[in-house]
Design a binder for this molecule. Structure first.
Ligand code: SF4
Length: 449
């Protein structure tokens, strides 16, 4: 069997990066940067498939699916670079014989808990797609869904999928190169988060506890199995990772940018992810989704069994700072108790607290005015309810009620100054919601001065 080809192509220096990177952190589009990225895309296509005509037949409908995980601006570095969205769109629009080229996604998180219309605009991707000549920008969350069976799924057997994703003749997978609190990295496989809807627990269509939130379900120890199951539904036809500016540290949302000026591309998403992850300083068996996709026969992860075309991976390897997913002891006055909690809750609490602390808030003022907060989830056999006395208590998730130790939390609820419930299993939405809750408490306290 032929080895899958994976291309690394450097874009060269980006003029706009001088302003885009810290300390200025101001996104600016220069035409020559978009041209340079498009040239890299063309080179990667030539190296991996010879010609775009080997990927797209005349008249076919092409969907470009970027990573629009958050309602966040380009300066967050958490979403695909608008320059890359424009370059990829323009490349396919001008060089293929596609009937239509559209850009579509559904963000999973953000202050608005995932509204595509808002997030496409905030991220700059909507304008970029239009500049690139996209026939349409599709807000997936305004589209019909199709129920699909996933008979070989390990995390789920049924899934709701947006119809435009299934209807596309060719799907271009356009993730961003980032580390991730729960998935180690987020690359091509993880970018299928977004093919299905998410709901806020207050919305209709779920059971009121957030137990059937599709995209936001199975985000516990089964998060990587979920990602692989999503990928089983429909493979990408070509994956191209935006590594112009990558993210290390507290990714996928609160990390620091890393200027890599590269793209990584190929047909086999697993192999593309393996190469990109290796370039980021991970061994391919450190990344659960890549490992699992390989053992399930969905692609290649072994570096020796990949045909490396373009730049030698070893020449561009850089060891990215890993994300730490433990919220315990991170911020004085934000005390977290997760003795028998799974990552579904504690990782998202950590993500939420990181979001809050980098939001520009005066943390000392917050402590002075609001006081201490206590966060609890899961089973807490050795938790002293007195910790919550007179404080703001956040009760996270659903499973605490089923533990024999639930009485500890019930007592804490009685002793707390204020209680904020964030139910769900997994309560992924708390990633943004708790940040909003804390900011609300702060604003309320300031207004009362
Ligand atoms: S509610 Fe319990 S099982 Fe569900 S994600 Fe939270 S800790 Fe895990």
């Amino acid at each position: 069997m032929d080895k899958p080809k994976v291309a690394i192509v450097k874009t060269g220096e980006m003029k706009g990066n001088a302003e885009f990177m810290p300390p200025i952190k101001k996104y600016r589009r220069y035409a020559e940067d978009v041209d340079a990225i498009e040239a890299a895309v063309a080179k990667a296509m030539e190296l991996t498939l010879g010609s775009v005509d080997n990927l797209i037949k005349p008249g076919q409908n092409v969907l470009i699916k970027p990573n629009l995980a958050f309602n966040a601006p380009p300066e967050s570095y958490a979403v695909v670079d608008p320059r890359t969205v424009e370059a990829v769109t323009r490349y396919f629009k001008q060089n293929s014989k596609a009937g239509r080229v559209v850009v579509g996604d559904n963000p999973s998180l953000g202050k608005h808990v995932g509204r595509a219309n808002i997030a496409f605009k905030t991220s700059g991707m909507e304008e970029a797609a239009r500049l690139g000549g996209a026939d349409e920008v599709i807000y997936f969350d305004e589209q019909p869904t199709v129920d699909v069976d996933v008979p070989t799924g390990k995390a789920f057997k049924k899934y709701k999928v947006f119809k435009p994703f299934l209807d596309a003749d060719v799907v271009i997978n356009l993730p961003k190169m980032k580390v991730h609190l729960a998935k180690t990295v987020t690359l091509g496989l993880a970018n299928w988060q977004g093919i299905g809807p998410n709901y806020h627990p207050s919305q209709d269509g779920i059971d009121g506890k957030g137990l059937h939130m599709w995209q936001q379900g199975q985000h516990r120890n089964d998060i990587n199995a979920k990602v692989v199951d999503e990928y089983r539904i429909r493979k990408a036809d070509w994956t191209i990772i935006d590594g112009v500016i990558a993210m290390e540290g507290q990714g996928p949302h609160a990390g620091e940018p890393v200027e890599m000026n590269m793209i990584v591309a190929g047909v086999d998403t697993v192999a593309v992810d393996a190469v990109a992850g290796w370039v980021m300083g991970f061994e391919t068996d450190e990344i659960s989704a890549i490992r699992m996709a390989y053992t399930e026969g969905l692609g290649e992860r072994r570096m020796d069994y990949i045909d490396h075309v373009g730049v030698d991976p070893a020449s561009v390897r850089r060891f990215f700072r890993r994300a730490n997913n433990d919220p315990v002891g991170m911020y004085a006055g934000l005390d977290v108790f997760t003795q028998q909690s799974c990552p579904g809750c504690y990782v998202n609490i950590r993500g939420a607290l990181d979001s809050f602390v980098i939001s520009g808030i005066d943390f000392n003022e917050f402590r002075n005015k609001v006081g201490d907060c206590v966060f609890v989830s899961g089973g807490l056999p050795d938790f002293d309810p007195e910790f919550a006395r007179g404080k703001t208590l956040f009760v996270i998730g659903d499973c605490w009620e089923y533990f024999p130790t639930s009485e500890n939390i019930r007592q804490a609820i009685e002793l707390a100054k204020e209680v904020i419930y964030r139910p769900g299993c997994t309560p992924v939405y708390i990633f943004s919601q708790i940040n909003g809750d804390l900011q609300g408490l702060y604003n309320q306290a300031m207004a009362g001065d």
